[in-house]
Design a protein around this ligand. Structure first.
Ligand SMILES: [Zn+2]
Length: 350
């Protein structure tokens, strides 16, 4: 375990920074298939997983989350690899544990949306209980400092995740981050802030939101959650430009063609670095102290967020210094035409 645990860090009034979004980033790198988004990469190219963890540590994350996302029994079964289930989860946890030890960061195990929850069908609840139980047990035996349950959009499924962590987690803290898919409630119709409040009351150490919404459309919900909850709250948006009329990334369209871009063509609606910086400033002002980024996350975004939260990660050594840019700041007269063309500036002939 890191020299300070999750609760200790949060109790001291510190913030905890957490980089997520592994599945999407590894897909972008060509080692994971879009569609099912199952992290077979853990077994097939563990060096890619380890490398990305290292990049996020370099950019300021305090937590290495084991890549168990969509690595649960239901997803492995769907691609015919159920027999690799335990191996994949333990491998993901081992990679994360080793790196956390090396870098004095926290290691978290992860539960996620099972995709089978049906509020009215208790058979699915039993199935989900056993999916969560085995993943919590593997995480505990591989030394997770705490457990995350993420991208869960039903209050009922979030409750099942919290219970599984409490029953099988040997006392490690639970962080529950919901995904708000429809305005502004869980898919089983609990207002989102109320769902967070109940989960906190039920014993979750941190509650909040991850995934689904981009920076702009996550902020209003965070203000509500801050009012409803007493303890630490979490925010990990996707890094895409969601808007009031399309609050989640699923409804984003290509500004040029008008076609829907989820999940293959999201590059045309990516957040800018300034978007991320401004989000982090707002989140900090609201009082979000468990902060990170989900799908779309990349080290250059994460560094922005870390710097707003007062950190100076190793990657800050390479933070932009535009005074060295010859296009923006150069004096070479041959570039004057370009500057006029690009920026519309007219310069004197000095
Ligand atoms: Zn995500």
């Amino acid at each position: 375990m890191g020299s300070k645990g999750l609760l200790e860090r949060l109790r001291n009034g510190e913030s905890v920074l957490i980089a997520e979004g592994y599945v999407m980033e590894i897909e972008r790198r060509g080692y994971l298939q879009a569609g099912g988004f199952v992290p077979e990469v853990v077994l097939e190219h563990p060096e890619i997983v380890e490398g990305l963890h290292r990049e996020f540590i370099h950019a300021g994350t305090d937590v290495v989350e084991a890549l168990m996302y969509f690595g649960h029994r239901e997803k492995l079964r769907a691609i015919g690899r159920e027999s690799d289930l335990e191996k994949l989860n333990r491998m993901a946890l081992k990679i994360a544990r080793d790196l956390a030890n090396e870098t004095d960061t926290l290691m978290a195990g992860g539960l996620c949306c099972t995709t089978i929850y049906d509020p009215d069908n208790t058979e699915t609840h039993d199935k989900i209980r056993s999916i969560f139980k085995e993943q919590v047990e593997w995480a505990v035996t591989e030394g997770a400092d705490y457990m995350i349950a993420e991208t869960i959009h039903s209050y009922g499924e979030a409750q099942l995740a919290l219970e599984a962590i409490q029953q099988h987690g040997k006392g490690i803290p639970a962080v529950i981050t919901l995904t708000c898919l429809i305005p502004d409630e869980t898919t089983d119709e609990v207002p989102i802030a109320e769902a967070c409040r109940r989960l906190e009351e039920g014993g979750a150490a941190v509650v909040g939101l991850n995934c689904g919404r981009g920076p702009k459309t996550m902020l209003p919900a965070l203000r509500e959650i801050r009012k409803a909850c007493k303890g630490p709250i979490a925010a990990l948006p996707v890094t895409y430009r969601t808007k009031e009329h399309c609050r989640t990334w699923h409804s984003l369209n290509d500004p040029d063609t008008g076609r829907n871009v989820f999940p293959k063509n999201l590059a045309c609606v990516m957040s800018s670095r300034d978007d991320i910086r401004e989000f982090a400033e707002e989140a900090k002002a609201i009082g979000v102290n468990y902060i990170g980024l989900c799908c779309g996350n990349a080290p250059f975004y994460f560094r922005e967020l870390a710097e707003v939260y007062g950190r100076k990660p190793e990657a800050s050594k390479y933070s932009p210094n535009l005074s060295l840019n010859v296009i923006l700041e150069g004096t070479n007269p041959s570039l004057r035409k370009l500057r006029e063309y690009a920026f519309g500036t007219t310069e004197s002939n000095d």
